[in-house]
Design a protein around this ligand. Structure first.
Ligand SMILES: [Zn+2]
Length: 164
């Protein structure tokens, strides 16, 4: 059985490893639709259960998912931590010597924030937190997107290559 929840996120990003001639090299934005599919069993009471035999309740599942997406990705600028533009800045308008900080909304990630990587990071998070096999689907536009499947076991989440 598969359970399904979804959420949207509005993000800005750029792909620092893309060719300079690529439009993805420039900062731009997307309204992404993120869907999680949970591959679960059905318990005797009719409710779905995860791999640890815990009931999956939609309200709790959606709150945890939305808190994660809203807190980490939605309305953020997502940059590769190796991107030379993902730097600490000095705000020269604050005090005589300025105040160090980062661009408001900047989030750095361990790799270029491609839709493929975003799907992997969200799937890995979901797999470990919901404790079951998970497929994460992200539509970055109306016409393209990425899907990835992660397998949960008691040692943690791992990506299943080429399985979907
Ligand atoms: Zn993009």
């Amino acid at each position: 059985m598969r359970l399904k929840i979804s959420h949207n996120m509005e993000i800005a990003h750029r792909l620092s490893l893309a060719p300079e001639s690529s439009k993805c090299y420039k900062i731009h934005g997307h309204g992404m639709q993120v869907e999680l599919l949970f591959l679960v069993e059905q318990g005797a009471d009719g409710m779905a259960v995860n791999s640890a035999n815990q009931p999956m309740e939609y309200g709790d599942m959606k709150k945890m998912f939305r808190d994660h997406i809203d807190g980490k990705y939605d309305h953020h600028l997502i940059l590769n931590e190796e991107d030379p533009w993902a730097v600490t800045l000095i705000d020269r308008n604050k005090g005589v010597n300025g105040v160090e900080g980062t661009l408001p909304g900047l989030v750095t990630v361990p790799g270029d924030p491609t839709t493929e990587n975003l799907a992997k990071w969200i799937a890995e998070w979901a797999c470990g937190n919901y404790r079951c096999d998970v497929i994460c689907c992200i539509d970055e536009t109306q016409t393209n997107g990425a899907e990835v499947k992660y397998h949960w076991n008691s040692f943690g989440a791992s990506m299943i290559r080429g399985s979907i």
